[in-house]
Design a protein around this ligand. Structure first.
Ligand code: UTP
Length: 298
């Protein structure tokens, strides 16, 4: 079995109800952060981590995602005819290698665990990454490693399964999957327990599962059972909990900030943070934000 993490699964079949009405006709993964869809940002994060093949688990109304990663013949032709070579080159640069992306369907949004299971045949018998596309990550230091690269590094050091985590306020833990913390070494620690959306005040720690995973293929036979958990959905956290009886899990305390772009507040935060980190527009954008903050309030 190959030990390198070559493939990443991007579950994009959710309904995005927290972002209605926008998500009525636009998948939330295609909403724009600064100058590109959220999905493009996470695919770039995956490439940086050494991922060679991206697997998208799509659903109804998500066809635009497949089109986005395809060649746009007419558009390219018009750009060239109009002498817009810079724009044409940018499109070319973002085009994936032929055969390096796969698309499969989750026919009904039965939960994240079910979406990951839908990718089983394309992943095969090797460790793989799962990337939640609505979570955008930014390293604390400019030029630092992004979250998935930090997870792959932990996997190469410790093996087993790896989950990116981050600390939140205790009153926030009931909204997320939460892990219990065991022995620590470097910036990682042994995970001794997991629970999906624990009732308020019952979480074992403030470390929440933040949307990047390296999993071994044995997870698929567990998810295949289709056991329902929190919210009546087939939860990935429950599957990992069962796998943890036989295999080790490590938490990577991501050195950076995660923005939950599935909510309007997180999405706006991501736009501000990514704009301030974009050299082309940062100075003007900073001035704009300052002037808005200083404007008199009613
Ligand atoms: P979320 O719960 O954040 O996404 O799932 P959602 O269900 O689209 O959003 P809300 O809560 O209704 O606003 C995390 C990720 O898992 C995918 C989603 O697309 C999202 O990227 N997902 C979730 C699936 O692919 N299938 C599912 O059945 C559930």
């Amino acid at each position: 079995m190959s030990k390198r993490v070559r493939k990443a699964v991007f579950p994009v079949a959710g309904l995005g109800t927290r972002f209605l009405p926008a998500t009525k006709s636009v998948p939330k993964e295609m909403l724009t952060v600064v100058d590109r869809p959220i999905l493009q940002h996470v695919v770039e994060e995956a490439y940086e981590a050494g991922i060679e093949h991206c697997i998208f688990v799509t659903g109804r109304n998500k066809a635009v995602i497949e089109d986005y990663f395809d060649m746009a013949y007419e558009l390219e032709d018009i750009l060239l005819k109009r002498g817009k070579t810079k724009e044409w080159q940018a499109l070319k640069a973002d085009l994936p290698k032929p055969g390096a992306m796969s698309f499969t369907r989750q026919q009904a949004p039965l939960g994240l665990g079910h979406a990951v299971w839908c990718a089983r045949d394309i992943v095969g018998d090797e460790p793989f990454a799962v990337v939640l596309p609505d979570m955008l990550t930014m390293p604390r230091k400019t030029g630092g490693k992004r979250c998935l690269a930090q997870c792959v590094e932990a996997f190469e050091t410790h093996g087993g399964n790896v989950i990116a985590v981050e600390e939140v306020k205790p009153e926030e833990t009931h909204k997320y999957g939460v892990v219990s913390v065991g022995d620590k070494s470097d910036s990682t620690f042994e995970i001794t327990g997991m629970v999906e959306k624990p009732p308020q005040g019952t979480a074992q720690s403030n470390f929440i599962i933040s949307g990047r995973y390296i999993l071994s293929p044995e997870i698929f036979s567990i998810l295949e059972r289709g056991e329902k958990g929190s919210g009546g959905e087939i939860q990935l956290t429950d599957g990992m909990k069962t796998l943890a009886h036989d295999q080790k899990f490590r938490g990577v305390n991501f050195d950076g900030q995660t923005y939950d772009c599935g909510s309007s507040l997180g999405f706006l935060g991501a736009n501000v943070a990514f704009a301030l980190a974009s050299p082309d527009i940062a100075p003007e954008f900073r001035a704009l934000v300052k002037s808005l903050l200083n404007a008199p309030q009613d």
